[in-house]
Design a protein. Structure first.
Length: 859
């Protein structure tokens, strides 16, 4: 271990939370009369439909009131509208989603001079379930609004909604299929002449048990009439999730694009209809370039508990690189139908977690890893491919897998109770992030807070060809830096198709993108093109952010291997076209591979965000060992269990930086028009917080010192940490940098578009002393406060003068974001202070001397 280890911060002072910042643009809303003109006909149609439905039910003696899901589209939020909905008998709150809306003559932003601004508006979709009784009450409320009458106590939020209401409509068949991937999956199955189709019906989650049973019973009735079957039903109240896995004859959806009368897609209980089996991984073609390495394993059997779990395909556990290093837990019996030749992805991920890139010859992870298979061979594919099986739901499979790690099942003890990091190097191709949190992401957030475990999730791959906006004949003579610029522009122009895949939008998870880098030494030859010229820049196949409420996603970047391309000799409409080259030879990242003919010692080269994610997980595992060593040095015991995962989260991000990558983005994408939002909405979309330099996380030097604090914080609390400023810095001209990282796990409120219950942030509370770090670098100061990570870099070069005993005071604050925060929030704060090496200032020793009472946290 380095002689200069990370230091522990002193116990913080307890205070009230900071005020934070807020505010938004002023909005223009239509008058009440104008709202009546705009929306009156729409309300009339809704109320008329209800009356017609009432007439058709006159002979129904069941007492059952038909229900319909309504969508209220508003400009701007209406806080705590849920309480007003709950006051109307027959109305039930379903969801609240973010929406971007275009300005028009009725709704628009107003600048500080009072003029109209031509920019998009932040909006909300409020989704409520209404029966006929509630529609009568809604009609009365609307008429009261139009008449300018006062609203009863508890109902005034309805007035605010009507003022901001842009549209009201029913949730319809188009909504149930929009952007779900179901149509594409149906068409593919038709092409393959399949006779059956398996799919997921996600229902509106109902709080009342009886209403959930009613919805389930109705779906089962409809499916029975189609001669289909319900394979599984999953209800997870904590994330408001209720789904059924269905198999029916494909003929049920005959002429789906033209028909709107198919019972299942007309059912008001249905929120979405989604394909299954879209969480999959495939591989480059096998080639003669697959190399053999070790003949036999040299790994000793380890009697030590794992802290890393791999949820993936089944690894080849007797491969020479994996033997005695993976613990397989397969309660579902996947192994019985998992030929060795298909065990590619799990083998590669386990190899990278344990060894890193084999070309690097790095240290072996000192613990085994726990492996739970959640994928199986996809026999529908023509080549080896793995996917989450069609006869299960990804969410249910992951939910059961994680609970099994931490909770007893019958007479069985928890399978892996000391797990601190769970690797998920996969994503749902039918579910790129689109404004709202997917159920899978909500599940990870819920489990992360409940079990104090860090999910490390890949951003996803986008294996698209690159269409460059340059004549093909010019491309052939272009230098590498110019090619790179056009490639970046191509990626940016197709970013809507490169969005991160579910569950990568998870807020508590660490989402990992890939940089175009590896340890192979292969030179690029022939027609192959290495289109990224800058070391450490993003891979052209990595998917990009942002996350919910424009939070920073992906969070960090790790090497994902160099992806090569081949120039299409014909091009596209006279422009240059680069085809993605799929190969198993270098360049790339060398990993263990399940060879043919029973071989257990083969390797090959792969690339992608799965690899980057596995390397991030591996780094977390190595950090875990070092963290325990450091804590033992201070206190003679292991690091407190409840804080390990959140501290690892902060440590991984603390080493991240944009580096030279920001210059590439500036050159290719920055304009006068987007300059104000560039760091917030563009740079963060691609770079997150940046590529991680693992050497900087723990290794302090004479001129660089890192300090760690961790604790739990409650709503409306503030914790003030003291960081001593070395007196030898006083009056010195030269680079001084302060890097601060705050990470936490938040409980969630799945009812609210705000989603995270706990908003934490740090602020400097003595601005005079903070002035020597006056320049904010890298990520935007607003963007860093939208998720569960705040990572900021401050620099200065002036010769600021301060006296001995001067301290920086940094306050960590906590406030409620989404309603219902009663829990304590675990967090980790890391601070690194450094000066330019050429100043030759031994700040580490002085800070170590000044830190007197490191924090001691009881488990």
């Amino acid at each position: 271990m380095s002689e200069k280890i990370m230091l522990m911060l002193s116990e913080p002072t307890i205070a009230d939370r900071g005020k934070g910042r807020g505010g938004s643009s002023r909005k223009n809303f239509p008058s009440r009369d104008r709202q009546g003109q705009r929306l009156g006909p729409k309300f009339a149609r809704l109320f008329s439909a209800v009356e017609n439905q009432r007439a058709s039910m006159v002979n129904d003696m069941s007492g059952h009131f038909p229900e319909q899901a309504l969508v209220l589209e508003t400009v701007d939020p209406v806080e705590e509208f849920i309480k007003a909905v709950q006051k109307v008998d027959g109305l039930e709150w379903l969801a609240e989603w973010n929406e971007t809306m275009e300005a028009d003559e009725d709704f628009y932003c107003i600048n500080k001079d009072g003029d109209k601004e031509e920019k998009s508006l932040g909006g909300r979709l409020f989704l409520i379930m209404s029966d006929q009784r509630a529609m009568q009450e809604l009609k009365s409320l609307w008429e009261a609004y139009i008449a300018g009458q006062d609203f009863p106590r508890g109902f005034t939020k309805w007035r605010d909604v009507f003022t901001r209401l842009k549209n009201i409509r029913e949730w319809d068949t188009e909504d149930r299929l929009h952007n779900t991937g179901f149509l594409e999956d149906w068409e593919e199955r038709l092409r393959l002449e399949e006779e059956e189709i398996t799919f997921e019906i996600e229902l509106w989650y109902r709080v009342d048990d009886q209403k959930r049973r009613d919805a389930s019973r109705e779906i089962r009735r409809i499916i029975s009439e189609t001669h289909g079957q319900v394979l599984k039903e999953v209800i997870i109240p904590e994330i408001r999730y209720h789904s059924l896995l269905i198999k029916t004859p494909i003929a049920v959806f005959h002429n789906l694009k033209e028909r709107q009368d198919i019972s299942i897609i007309k059912c008001d209980y249905v929120m979405f209809i989604r394909p299954v089996g879209q969480t999959l991984v495939d591989y480059p073609k096998r080639e003669e370039h697959i190399e053999s390495q070790l003949e036999t394993s040299t790994n000793e059997l380890l009697e030590i508990e794992p802290v890393i779990a791999l949820l993936d395909g089944l690894p080849l556990q007797n491969h020479v690189y994996l033997a005695n290093r993976v613990i397989i837990d397969d309660p579902d019996g996947f192994e019985s139908d998992y030929p060795a030749k298909y065990r590619i992805h799990g083998t590669a991920m386990a190899s990278l977690i344990l060894y890193g890139e084999l070309d690097e010859q790095a240290e072996l992870l000192p613990r085994p890893i726990y492996c739970r298979p959640i994928m199986k061979p996809d026999y529908r594919a023509f080549e080896e491919r793995e996917c989450v099986p069609e006869d299960t739901l990804s969410i249910d499979l992951v939910y059961r897998a994680v609970r099994r790690m931490f909770e007893s099942e019958g007479d069985e003890s928890p399978a892996a109770p000391r797990i601190k990091i769970i690797n998920l190097s996969m994503g749902d191709y039918s579910r790129p992030f689109d404004r709202t949190m997917s159920p899978w992401a909500r599940l990870l957030d819920y489990l992360s807070y409940k079990y104090r475990v860090l999910f490390v999730v890949s951003a996803g791959n986008c294996p698209q060809d690159l269409y460059l906006d340059i004549p093909r004949d010019e491309f052939t003579t272009m230098d590498a830096s110019d090619i790179e610029k056009f490639v970046v522009e191509s990626i940016h122009n197709t970013s809507v198709h490169r969005r991160i895949l579910s569950p990568a939008e998870s807020m508590n998870a660490l989402t990992v993108g890939a940089i175009h880098s590896d340890h192979s030494q292969q030179q690029v030859r022939g027609r192959l093109k290495d289109v990224i010229n800058t070391s450490g820049f993003i891979s052209p196949i990595t998917r990009v952010g942002l996350g919910i409420r424009n939070s920073i996603k992906p969070d960090i970047l790790f090497p994902g291997g160099k992806q090569l391309y081949v120039e299409d000799m014909v091009g596209y409409e006279g422009k240059a076209l680069l085809r993605m080259f799929r190969n198993s030879s270098a360049p790339g990242q060398k990993v263990a591979y399940p060879g043919g003919d029973g071989k257990i010692n083969e390797v090959l080269y792969t690339r992608g965000t799965s690899n980057a994610n596995a390397l991030a997980t591996r780094t977390g595992g190595l950090l875990y060992e070092k963290l325990n060593q450091i804590y033992s040095t201070y206190f003679g015991e292991e690091f407190p269990e409840p804080y390990v995962a959140v501290v690892l989260k902060s440590l991984l991000v603390h080493g991240a930086s944009w580096g030279e990558s920001i210059n590439i983005l500036n050159k290719a994408l920055r304009t006068r028009e987007n300059a104000k939002i560039f760091r917030d909405k563009i740079a963060s979309r691609y770079l997150g917080y940046g590529a991680v330099n693992t050497d900087r996380i723990f290794e302090c030097t004479d001129s660089r010192v890192t300090l760690l604090g961790f604790k739990e914080i409650g709503k409306e609390e503030g914790h003030i940490y003291t960081i001593p400023l070395p007196s030898i810095m006083s009056g010195k001209v030269g680079m001084k940098r302060l890097t601060i990282t705050l990470a936490w796990f938040t409980p969630i409120n799945a009812d609210s578009q705000k989603y995270r219950k706990a908003s934490l942030w740090f602020d400097a509370i003595n601005n005079k002393e903070f002035a020597c770090f006056s320049k904010r670098k890298e990520a935007d100061d607003k963007a860093v406060k939208r998720g569960t990570l705040q990572h900021e870099v401050f620099e200065g070069e002036e010769a600021d003068v301060f006296v001995d005993g001067t301290n920086l005071l940094i306050k960590v604050s906590c406030k409620e974001d989404a309603m219902g925060l009663t829990e304590k929030i675990p967090y980790s704060l890391i601070v690194t202070l450094e000066v330019a090496e050429e100043l030759e200032l031994p700040i580490y020793n002085e800070v170590r001397t000044l830190i007197t009472s490191p924090v001691v946290v009881q488990p």
